[in-house]
Structures are given as C-alpha cells and as structure tokens.
Write a protein that binds this ligand. Structure first.
Ligand SMILES: *[C@@H]1O[C@H](CO)[C@@H](O)[C@H](O)[C@H]1NC(C)=O
Ligand SMILES: *[C@@H]1O[C@H](CO)[C@@H](O)[C@H](O)[C@H]1NC(C)=O
Ligand SMILES: *[C@@H]1O[C@H](CO)[C@@H](O)[C@H](O)[C@H]1NC(C)=O
Length: 602
C-alpha cells in the first residue's frame, strides 16, 4: 500500500517538477542523479517520509559530509572561492568531494544583491555537480551590531545596525527584541542565510570574561525573557520555509570562566562552579527549549567542581546526552563549537593526548550531531569502516540534520530573489528602528548637575579630544582591558577591568580641567568608580554610531537603558567574586538595573 501511494506521489511530483522547470531559475532538478523525481523531492510527502527516502540513498561518504559545518568564503565578485593552499580548501572541493552542505558565511556583507547571487550560484552548483543535490544550509554569526571579529560576529555592513544584545537587554523590552529578530530574519532570508549561530545566552556572572557583549547580561530571568522573544522572532511560531534556525549557545552556560579567561585558549579551559550554581546557568537553556529552539552549541570549556567529568563540553557525554538530551529533553541538533578535531589556528580544545580520530569518536559518542569549523569527513568514514562508530549512530544525527533542511524548505526552493534582497536588506525602516534602539539603549550612569543633555550649545565651547570625523566614527573609549598578544587572541578583551594608573592620571587631568562627558563602550562591566565620580556625566553604550552619540548628548534622543549587570568597584572586588554566582560583587559602583533619566524639559 505504502509503496503504491509513494509511487503515485512520485508521478505527481514529476508533474509539479516539470511545471517548476518551465518557470526558469526557480526550478529545482534532482541533482546530477539518474532518478528524476525521487520521493525525497516530493513536497507532498511528509518530512519523515522524505528523510527516510533520502537517507537510504546516501553513501557513507555523503552522510559523513553532513556532519560538518565549516566556513564559506565568497570569492571575488560573488564567485565560488578558489581556496588558499594550506589555509582553506576551495568551495568546489568541499561541496563536490567532501560533500559538505552546512557552512557559515564569513566576512562583512556590503552588497546584498551580490551575496544573494552568490548563494544562488552555490545552490545551483550543488544541483549541477552532486549526485543527490542536497541543498546548502548557510548560517552566520551575528551581523547586526558593531563587533567585527571572525570568531564572534561581523559588523552590520549593509544590514540594519542595532546595539549589541547587551543593549537590547538594557531596554528590558521583549517586544523590541522580537521585532529586532524579525528584522534580522527578513534580512537573513533575503540573502539566503537560513541558520543563526546565536543567540548567546551565557550568564555573565564573571565580569572579566571576554564574551560578555554578545549576551543578555547577568540575570537568568531577564536573559530567559529576552532569548525567548529572540528565538521566536528568528524562527517564527512554527518552524518552516520562512524560518531561520537558531543555535542557542553555549551549553551549559559559558559564563563561569575561571579567572574570567576564555576557553578558546589553552590557558582558559576551566569553567568553574565554586558556588555550586550550575542550575542557575541552565535557566536560559530551559527557556530556549520551551520555545522550540532548534539547535544547541556546547562550549569549549571543561566543568570544574561539578558532578560531571572535567572534559570539554563538546566531548562530554554526561553534559550532551545526560543533561541536555535526557534531563532537559532536547532533541534538536547539537553542533560543536568551532575546531574540536584539528589543531588549527583557532585552536578549539586542548587535548594533546588524543588523536584526531579519537577526538572525532568522542564527540560523536558524547551525543553531538555536527562538527563546527571542521572539514574532516574522511575521519567519520574511517570510524565506521573500523567498526568504532556504527553507521546507525550516524543515521540518528543525519536524520536530525536532514529534517532541518526539509523543514526550512530548502529542497523545494533553495534559491533567493536577488532583486528583492537588494530592496529588503538595509531597508530604511529597519535602519531607522536599529538607529532608534542604539539611542534608547544608552545607559546614563551619572549626570552631575544634570549636565546632560547639553543646553545652550550655541553659546558654549567644547573640548573634544582628538576630534575629526574618523575619530567620531571610532569613538573608542572602550571599557578597560589588558591587550593580549596573538592575532586572534588580541581581539578578545580580557584581564583587568580597571584602567591602568597611567590612564587614570591622564583622564583625571581632563576631568579637572573641564566638565567632561564620558561615553564608554561597555563590552564588559568596567570597574571605574573614579570616572563615575569625576566626569560630569558617564554614559554606557552597548554599540552605537556617532549620530546616536550626538543625539543623546544633545538631547535629540534620551537614554532609556538600565544596566544588564552589576558594575564592580575594583579588581579586588572582582577577584573575591565567585565565577558562577550572580550579583555577588561587594559594594558595586552601580547595580543591575541602574540607569538615570533626563529631567523632563522645562
Ligand atoms: C582540506 O581537506 C583535506 C581532506 O579532508 C583536509 O585534510 C585538510 O585539512 C583540508 N584543508 C584545510 C586547509 O582545511
Ligand atoms: C584547571 O583546573 C584543574 C583542576 O582543578 C587544575 O589542575 C588546573 O590547574 C586549572 N587551571 C588550568 C589553567 O588548567
Ligand atoms: C582623523 O584622525 C585619525 C586618527 O588620528 C587619522 O588617522 C585620520 O587621518 C584623520 N582624518 C582626517 C580626515 O583628518
């Protein structure tokens, strides 16, 4: 019976398909195979039926390819990247030989049409040159704010530009977060991006950690509320062809880093729980699962002082299978953080006693479905051929991964409309909403004698340091940090939260000479009581352009933010805090929720 029904549907599918093909570029052929209309291409069948059909057609090599999720570079003028010997393989090799179909797009997007055309080119290349024509799923790190760091996000470029997520949290406005995520969804969809390597929902209970600016701050309940709106905005109420799949990270909460170091780096692997407070860090993940989060990413760290084995989370069966899948009931895709097998430039996990093959086996054994930032399908093939991993174990992961592609509608239409992309990405309405959010998210920490907003500006002189248009654009009085060496490492602001004695002295001279307005980019909770005391006003921004700054200072717009974390008094206080416990800094200069308002105009 079932077989008859399927073949009938296959014939119907053929009719639909030929209709589509006459429509030109939107037509989808079956890939380079013999069978023109296999059931997996039949949109009238259920996703399960389509997954079953496709899975039984796949070779071991084709399955192994699905288990990798690596970077995709766009070549010049939107062509396929030719690769760089020793640095990255060319796109044709990764698609055709390694049979990879999941990638994150790297690099700032300045031309939406060209990006859309590039994505269409890749999709067409897959259909023309691969046996099964399994469509590309393109993902991205955040691209709607100011951070520019290949490891964490890209500057907005042509996309609408908003404050970092910390700024969204400062506004305590779930509706705004939902709207932000819907705008991000529209702009992603327009260029063919279908998965977001975010939200980042780690709780910032350790203020020195270098990855705070991509989070929603220190409070679990606020984070849970914000991330729920964020996920619903990107995925929609039901997950389908208009959705962006979200990857919630970093399970089980990457905030409690020992001494505030980061586990990208060998010296920063320990995630530590002196306050026995792991449960608190799970609150956001439970909220994410409750709203239907599709995918999760474990962090690089290893847990210290918990009941779990102290091995990296991506390798950790107790964490991935025990805690995430069995206890919290998550059945979606688990993709590891980037680079757990190969000791590449961006070193993932420091596990020198294991071979690459052993690491790959351990990640699969832990219960992960996909390797981020790796292109080593041959290792998976070897693991199966040597009987170390059963092919049926791969099938569990492949089913999850293929389901995403079918649900996203990628098999039915992998292409985007490049003309529409040009209209949608960076649409004025979106840009205006992002600009308004940048202004509102400003958090006014002090305002001595109500110096802000500046009044009577026509009759006053201003001392503005190092001022020209470029400086105003850069305007980089960042919260304090200690520069680290190394190309990748130097992009992470780590170490002391106090300014050096020399810098404090330099600033003191300015504060004494003139009433000074300080606009600090608060990518971590700075310990700056001297600025609060001596500057005429202290503003925290969480990502803002020069116009937003001027509008707030001049009173064209008003700051509405409330701090998403406590701001500690000193490094001594920071060192006395427990990494995993929120709001335990002694005598903070400003508490979570602090944020002054402008006096209503007289
Ligand atoms: C290119 O692919 C080969 C074969 O999988 C792999 O061993 C190698 O690491 C890749 N090269 C780069 C630079 O990623
Ligand atoms: C991490 O924790 C382990 C176990 O407590 C300890 O031996 C090690 O020194 C800690 N620090 C680093 C950087 O590994
Ligand atoms: C502005 O200042 C920056 C930093 O000092 C300098 O590199 C740049 O050339 C200046 N631009 C103009 C237009 O003067």
């Amino acid at each position: 019976m079932a077989i008859h029904r399927k073949s009938l549907r296959a014939i119907l599918g053929l009719i639909t398909l030929s209709t589509l093909l006459t429509m030109g570029p939107l037509g989808v052929s079956a890939g380079n195979g013999q069978d023109a209309t296999p059931p997996y291409r039949d949109a009238s069948l259920s996703v399960d039926e389509r997954v079953d059909d496709l899975l039984q057609r796949m070779t071991l090599e084709e399955k192994a390819g699905q288990m990798f999720h690596s970077q995709l570079n766009m070549g010049p003028d939107g062509t396929l990247d030719q690769g760089v010997p020793g640095t990255r393989n060319n796109t044709d090799f990764m698609l055709g030989t390694q049979m990879l179909t999941h990638f994150n797009l790297v690099g700032e997007i300045l031309d939406a049409r060209q990006t859309a055309e590039f994505v269409n080119r890749v999709q067409q290349h897959i259909l023309d040159t691969t046996r099964l024509g399994i469509p590309l799923t393109l993902s991205t790190d955040p691209r709607h704010a100011f951070t520019e760091n290949i490891g964490t996000g890209f500057r907005a470029g042509r996309f609408s530009q908003w404050p970092e997520t910390l700024g969204l949290a400062a506004l305590r406005d779930a509706k705004l977060v939902r709207r932000f995520a819907e705008v991000a969804r529209a702009e992603y969809l327009a260029v063919g991006i279908r998965a977001a390597l975010h939200p980042q929902v780690d709780l910032t209970t350790e203020p020195r950690w270098a990855r705070i600016s991509g989070t929603f701050g220190e409070d679990a309940d606020l984070t849970a509320e914000m991330l729920s709106a964020y996920i619903l905005g990107l995925q929609g109420e039901t997950f389908g062809p208009g959705s962006i799949a979200t990857v919630t990270k970093h399970f089980p909460g990457g905030g409690p880093m020992e001494n505030g170091e980061d586990s990208h780096f060998a010296y920063g692997k320990n995630q530590t729980y002196p306050g026995k407070n792991l449960e608190y860090h799970l609150i956001p993940f439970k909220a994410a699962i409750a709203v239907g989060a599709r995918q999760m990413m474990p962090y690089y760290s290893r847990p210290i002082g918990t009941e779990y084995d102290p091995v990296g989370f991506g390798f950790n069966k107790g964490i991935v299978t025990g805690l995430l899948r069995e206890e919290l009931g998550f059945d979606g895709v688990v993709v590891t953080d980037w680079g757990l097998i190969t000791d590449a430039n961006i070193l993932g996990q420091d596990m020198p006693h294991l071979t690459e093959l052993e690491r790959a086996a351990m990640v699969i054994e832990a219960g992960c479905d996909q390797f981020g930032g790796e292109t080593r399908p041959e290792l998976i093939v070897q693991l199966v051929k040597e009987g170390i991993v059963a092919e049926s174990r791969l099938d569990v992961s492949i089913r999850r991964l293929l389901r995403e592609k079918f649900l996203l509608g990628l098999f039915d239409n992998p292409f985007v409309d490049a003309d529409a992309a040009d209209q949608i990405v960076g649409r004025q309405e979106y840009v205006d909403e992002g600009a308004a959010a940048q202004r509102r998210a400003y958090t006014l920490l002090t305002n001595h004698d109500d110096v802000l907003p500046l009044k009577d500006t026509a009759n006053k002189k201003f001392y503005i340091e190092g001022f020209n248009a470029t400086c105003l654009e850069r305007r980089d009085l960042t919260a304090p940090f200690e520069p680290r060496s190394g190309g990748f490492e130097s992009r992470y602001h780590a170490g002391s939260l106090e300014y050096s004695a020399q810098e404090r002295e330099r600033q003191a001279a300015i504060y004494t000479a003139v009433p000074t307005v300080v606009d600090m980019t608060m990518d971590r909770p700075a310990a700056v009581p001297e600025v609060a005391e001596n500057a005429a006003a202290l503003l925290a921004n969480f990502g803002s352009g020069p116009d937003a700054f001027l509008d707030v200072v001049l009173g064209v717009a008003a700051p509405e933010g409330k701090l998403p974390f406590d701001m500690p008094r000193s490094m001594e206080a920071v060192e006395a805090q427990m990494e995993d416990v929120p709001f335990d800094t002694v005598d903070p200069v400003f508490k979570f929720g602090h944020g002054l308002r402008y006096k209503a105009a007289a």
